[in-house]
Design a protein around this ligand. Structure first.
Ligand SMILES: Nc1ncnc2c1ncn2[C@@H]1O[C@H](COP(=O)(O)OP(=O)(O)OP(=O)(O)O)[C@@H](O)[C@H]1O
Ligand SMILES: [Mg+2]
Length: 226
């Protein structure tokens, strides 16, 4: 089992009081799976993904990663896992605007202490992988939405994480570009990466064999198809 939620709850404290965003979620994901998480706005999808990505902690319950309870990890250990083990892709790309495509992809490699020449070589190979080698020197604002998302995916893959988490990765893209991005995720999954995608779009979810449906902070369906 790659990851497992046992009775995970998340309660946000805000101004007036407490808001239960997740009300006791049980979820198991095997290594090599590709699944989508669907549900209405405000149902808790991003909250779930943040917890999976160790960006936040459950209020109650346990999150086991590779069989180990994450509640006992230190902040340092969590940061290490986040950097080395998990790749993140977001709807809004979050590229650094003053850095070129290849420099954006180099950022996590720099943090990991990869020397400059090796960094550049690997970043270019990643851009080639997502079909963007010819745009390596372009700044984000010189790229289309789909191309920016490809750069963001290349960056997420820089340290070869076994787990890829994507929050509405096609939300800002037109249908065709979204399909290209999904094809890329499917290819990564075929090569062994576990992929979890939050999406509103049935067309995106159709591309995954498993669909987890969330409503009001609870999993209401977990569908698998042949
Ligand atoms: N930091 C926060 N503080 C307080 N409440 C929050 C916080 N983050 C999220 N919430 C609330 O928790 C609920 C779930 O939010 P979440 O972002 O997980 O929803 P979502 O399913 O991703 O929605 P969307 O599809 O609109 O992105 C919402 O009602 C939201 O207002
Ligand atoms: Mg969300």
């Amino acid at each position: 089992m790659l990851l497992e939620f046992r009775g995970v709850k998340k309660v946000y404290q805000n101004g007036g009081g407490a808001f239960p965003a997740l009300k006791g979620v049980d979820l198991r994901v095997e290594e090599g799976e590709m699944l989508s998480i669907m549900g209405p706005s405000g149902s808790g999808k991003s909250t779930l993904l943040h917890l999976l990505g160790l960006l936040d902690r459950p209020t109650e319950g346990e999150y086991l990663l590779m069989g180990k309870p994450t509640s006992s990890l230190s902040e340092e250990e969590r940061a290490y896992l986040r950097n080395r083990f998990i790749g993140f892709v977001f709807q809004a790309f979050f590229l650094l605007p003053r850095l070129s495509a290849v420099e954006n992809v180099e950022v996590p490699l720099a943090y990991a202490g990869v020397p400059p020449q090796e960094r550049r070589r690997r970043a270019l190979a990643l851009l080639e992988r997502v079909g963007l080698l010819d745009k390596a020197k372009s700044l984000p604002n010189q790229l289309s939405g789909g191309q920016r998302q490809r750069v963001a995916i290349a960056r997420a893959l820089a340290l070869n994480p076994p787990l890829l988490l994507a929050d509405e990765p096609t939300g800002a893209l037109d249908t065709r570009t979204g399909e290209e991005i999904m094809a890329l995720f499917q290819e990564l999954n075929r090569e062994g990466t576990t992929v979890i995608i939050v999406t509103h779009e049935p067309m995106v979810a159709e591309k995954t064999r498993r669909i987890v449906r969330v409503r009001d902070g609870e999993i209401v369906a977990d569908e698998r198809r042949g």
